[in-house]
Ligand binder design. Structure first.
Ligand SMILES: [Fe+2]
Length: 198
């Protein structure tokens, strides 16, 4: 894969995106839209964060499946490769004129308020909409099955995030809590429920 910094990008085809990345993107997009709505964002900002949510993990198509699907903790080298997915996703959207504006939001979707994320950005250094993606992304990951664990219940997921609240923007985390309370978003998103339904 050539990065945009080299002036090239590997040929990208939307049909290559596996279903689990598409579904996760759709869920994160919906969650991010809901959080932005509770925060009273403008309609265009709500759409921006929802669209960024759709594409935020597309770069994972260029991370080796052996790393992406490893059923245990990643070693230092593997983690370095995994971290590149934010850059790849950002490069994918930036290669389309209509999607270019989502590149920066997506690039920073693994940043935490305490500086413990991929690029080590802290607090106000992190773009506002990226902070929403982070919260939506973590929540969806927790309520979804993973290779190494089953999905957590909504209550447990919120409890885990509450314990790590220093990592998230306070208002955004509170908005997630309000949204989940209001919409019971877990019911339609839970992997096991979806499998039962189809
Ligand atoms: Fe990600």
């Amino acid at each position: 894969m050539h990065s945009l910094e080299d002036g090239h990008i590997k040929k990208f085809n939307f049909s290559e995106i596996p279903k689990h990345i598409l579904v996760h993107g759709q869920k994160v997009g919906v969650l991010a839209f809901g959080i932005a709505e509770i925060l009273n964002y403008s309609h265009s900002k709500k759409l921006d964060v929802a669209v960024a949510g759709l594409y935020h993990d597309y770069g994972k198509i260029w991370v080796k499946p052996s790393i992406l699907n490893k059923p245990g903790p990643l070693n230092e080298e593997e983690m370095k490769v995994m971290k590149l997915h934010v850059l790849y996703s950002s490069q994918i959207v930036s290669s389309f004129i209509n999607l270019r504006k989502y590149g920066e939001i997506i690039k920073y979707h693994h940043e935490y308020m305490d500086g413990s994320g991929y690029y080590g950005l802290k607090g106000i250094e992190i773009p506002e909409l990226s902070k929403i993606l982070t919260v939506a992304d973590v929540y969806d990951a927790l309520i979804s099955d993973r290779i190494y664990r089953r999905a957590f219940s909504t209550e447990k997921a919120l409890e885990i995030m509450e314990k790590e609240k220093h990592r998230y923007d306070k208002r955004i985390l509170e908005s997630l809590f309000k949204m989940v309370e209001k919409t019971c978003i877990c019911c339609s998103f839970n992997g096991r429920e979806l499998r039962k339904a189809h």
